[in-house]
Ligand binder design. Structure first.
Ligand SMILES: NC(=O)C1=CN([C@@H]2O[C@H](COP(=O)(O)OP(=O)(O)OC[C@H]3O[C@@H](n4cnc5c(N)ncnc54)[C@H](OP(=O)(O)O)[C@@H]3O)[C@@H](O)[C@H]2O)C=CC1
Ligand SMILES: Nc1nc2c(c(=O)[nH]1)N=C([C@H](O)[C@@H](O)CO)CN2
Length: 235
């Protein structure tokens, strides 16, 4: 029977690449997006089912759960990847942005996990992978709300790992400098790489390899794996 996966934030960067990798692995992928429709259209050409939802709106998330439930009784893999990397200035100057940080990283994953719990249990290897951050354990003072929200997602990983066992496994991946943003200047990149023992930007393949590792190891739950070139050692 065809494996199915839901990837949130599948329209660009890591979400896009991991969704494409799962399609290549033979999965039917539900490709969620908020604004990056072009990327999801490309995935649709490969067989993905697009789902648009703004995670700042609980109604959108609940509608998304309904749409996925209508498509079938089983979900093998949920990757909670969607994220808004807002710094202190962004949330201090926009109260909606402050709410959105916690809606995207905490409320939406909670609603997706609880709403799709039965579908995940109907799989013979139901797995949830939450994408957190090395800042979960040692927060940055420049992204206080973001780090707190990611810490909440990390805590949820452990709680749901206990609550959903043995039917569903729940694990996290903590990325470090995997892919800089276009707006990051060379000074920022050099500063980050100076803090990174392996001294390189990791790229997305190590993340995809870690998704496959968690998928293919049936005895891992409640675990969190850093994919960070060692940067967490220097935070
Ligand atoms: N890149 C890095 O070096 C690091 C990344 N991480 C984490 O790894 C994951 C992937 O990183 P990366 O690919 O760089 O992430 P991006 O910031 O590039 O993408 C985040 C995704 O989240 C989606 N998203 C943002 N806001 C909302 C919203 N309101 N509603 C629904 N979806 C939303 C976006 O959707 P859309 O584009 O459709 O609007 C986008 O696809 C993220 O969880 C990130 O926090 C952690 C540490 C380092
Ligand atoms: N949603 C995102 N979260 C994070 C990103 C990103 O690009 N999108 N990047 C980081 C890294 O710290 C990186 O920017 C190196 O400075 C953290 N979270």
């Amino acid at each position: 029977m065809t494996k199915t996966a839901l990837v949130t934030g599948a329209g660009r960067r890591f979400g896009f690449e991991v969704a494409k990798a799962l399609i290549e692995d033979g999965y039917k992928v539900f490709a969620h997006y908020n604004s990056s429709k072009d990327g999801v259209d490309e995935l649709s050409q490969l067989g993905a089912e697009p789902i648009q939802a703004n995670f700042a709106r609980q109604h959108d998330v609940k509608e998304m759960v309904t749409q996925i439930k209508k498509s079938g009784s089983k979900l093998d893999l949920l990757i909670n990847n969607a994220s808004c990397f807002f710094d202190n200035d962004s949330v201090d100057n926009d109260s909606e942005a402050l709410e959105t940080v916690f809606q995207v990283h905490n409320i939406a994953p909670y609603l997706l996990i609880t709403g799709l719990q039965q579908q995940l249990s109907n799989s013979d290897n139901g797995l949830i992978i939450n994408i957190t951050d090395i800042y979960t354990d040692k927060p940055s003072t420049n992204y206080i709300a973001y780090c707190a929200a990611k810490a909440g997602l990390a805590n949820m990983t452990q709680a749901f790992a206990k609550a959903l066992a043995p039917d569903v496994r729940v694990n996290a991946i903590q990325p470090g400098p995997i892919l800089f943003l276009p707006e990051h200047d060379n000074e920022h990149k050099m500063q980050v790489l100076d803090e990174t023992p392996l001294q390189v930007e990791g790229g997305l393949e190590p993340m995809i390899d870690t998704v496959r590792f968690l998928r293919d190891n049936p005895f891992l739950t409640g675990e969190s794996i850093k994919v960070d070139g060692g940067r967490a050692l220097n935070l």
